[in-house]
Write a protein that binds this ligand. Structure first.
Ligand SMILES: CC(C)(COP(=O)(O)OP(=O)(O)OC[C@H]1O[C@@H](n2cnc3c(N)ncnc32)[C@H](O)[C@@H]1OP(=O)(O)O)[C@@H](O)C(=O)NCCC(=O)NCCS
Length: 182
């Protein structure tokens, strides 16, 4: 998919080095338990590719020509961990620090959101969803700002503790944003 400034595409092997670099950046990963090793980053890229093979969509690699090419991912991922709202299709994003503050995440997320709601048979591709969600730890304000900018809303009644973290972990409290097809 293309937007005014971006290309959202399947992954290339060459993306793995810059992807590992952003996953190793403590600032990029400050709302996650810890940065990823190269092996963990590659395993994540493998899982992303497997999801594309299964569904035909996923966490697209994002190219920004004016920022030198690959800047991270924006896209759609099925969440199946035990929670009151799962299984659910989540929209998510992770960009390298040099690509922040330019509106890239929101621009790409609009394209991913519109893909999610288009019918599966649409010539431009679609996931045929009635609702998408987005989750993040309660303190990740930059990510929640992207959610709001693409029209998602949070109901505090949907707040939850992420089951993969200990309940007393500072990152465990999560917020859920939802968006229904217009
Ligand atoms: C979450 C994340 C993608 C948000 O990035 P971001 O740069 O804040 O968001 P956008 O790309 O939408 O850019 C918006 C900012 O660009 C600015 N901007 C500059 N030029 C712009 C343009 N041409 N168009 C739109 N916005 C522009 C906006 O004013 C806004 O700045 P502000 O936050 O100071 O108000 C980024 O912080 C990130 O990758 N974090 C690490 C990973 C992570 O936490 N992911 C989410 C896990 S749930």
């Amino acid at each position: 998919m293309t937007t005014a400034r971006l290309v959202l595409r399947r992954w290339h092997d060459e993306d793995r080095v810059p992807f590992a670099a952003l996953n190793a950046d403590p600032e990029v990963m400050r709302f996650f338990p810890r940065p990823l090793t190269r092996a963990e980053s590659d395993e994540f890229a493998d899982r992303i590719e497997a999801a594309f093979d299964e569904h035909g969509y996923g966490l697209w690699a994002v190219d920004a020509a004016e920022a030198g090419g690959f800047v991270g991912f924006v896209g759609l991922a099925w969440q199946r961990f035990p929670a009151h709202f799962t299984p659910a299709l989540e929209i998510g994003w992770r960009l390298a620090r040099h690509a922040w503050g330019r509106g890239y995440a929101t621009e790409a997320a609009v394209a991913a959101r519109d893909f999610a709601f288009r019918p599966v048979a649409d010539p431009s591709g679609g996931a045929g969803m009635d609702e998408i969600v987005s989750i993040t730890t309660r303190t990740n304000e930059p990510s929640q700002a992207v959610m709001r900018r693409i029209g998602m809303t949070r109901d505090p009644a949907d707040d939850f503790l992420h089951p993969s973290l200990a309940p007393d972990h500072p990152l465990a409290p999560h917020v859920l944003h939802r968006l229904r097809r217009a």
